[in-house]
Design a protein around this ligand. Sequence first.
Ligand code: GDP
Ligand code: ZN
Length: 289
Amino acid sequence: MAEGVIYKAISGFYYVQCAEGTTECRARGRFRIDKNSPFVGDRVEFSVTEPGRGYLKTIFPRKNLFVRPPVANIDKMIIITSAAIPITDPFLIDRMTAIAHKKNCELIICINKFDLDPAKKLYEIYSSCGYKTIRTSAETGEGLETLKESIKGSVCAFTGNSGVGKSSILNELDSSFSIAVGDISKKLGRGRHTTRHVELYRLNCGALVADTPGFSSFDTDNLNNADEIEALFPDFEPYIESCRFHDCAHIKEPDCALIEAVKSGEVQKTRYDSYVRLYEEASKYKAWE
Ligand code: GDP
Ligand code: ZN
């Protein structure tokens, strides 16, 4: 019996990586019966039937699971942003931070294209929220060592709006990444980000990186409970217990401590605006149910 991580899944075959190499595994029928299908990112126990081949036996309990894109056990979410062609809308960042908190992922905010724009505002917003915020440039290499240090040994997903430099950064972190991902893009054409296929790639710093799509296709149905949204903004935590009403939604209630904190500049206005938008979207979701 051996243990490893599923790094690729294709039509019923699961490719498991462990210290000894990779093994192509089948899942036994039991997984289908239990409605517990294996996902890329799953830590599994498997038995080897012949060199390089085997059967999955057990899926170990997951830290988290994303359905879109289908991947399990993401330790760290790296949100790539930019203040220069394109400019990242803070709302997109805040929606991703909320999803990451909901899924118990650690967060790194990466402000790329530092060579083009120092992005003072974005840096101030996210570092003041307590997020690990790194300024990078795929062009000059600035900040990439810090990023590498922060992700080594963990399973990561890189997200960000198109054009911010996700591929450029990954290529700079490990030049063999481009070759691997380039191949897949070619095979699947432009469909890479619309297919349900995810693969984990090992960077030479030891991080496993999920080749995930941009912001748009991440599970947004995770944010369908309006009352839960405030808890997904850790920077609000010092204030929300002090509102006059115990069930304050922080939208237009009187004596709302969060609204006061926004007014006094203790809470970032853009974070609050994103909260209101997510709250309203989630409330609509409830109405449809
Ligand atoms: P992706 O869509 O997020 O994967 O973005 P790409 O990695 O394809 O980058 C989009 C464009 O921005 C490319 O032309 C890159 O060369 C350029 N780019 C990426 N990062 C940087 C950077 O830090 N500085 C500058 N000046 N250009 C960058
Ligand atoms: Zn309030």
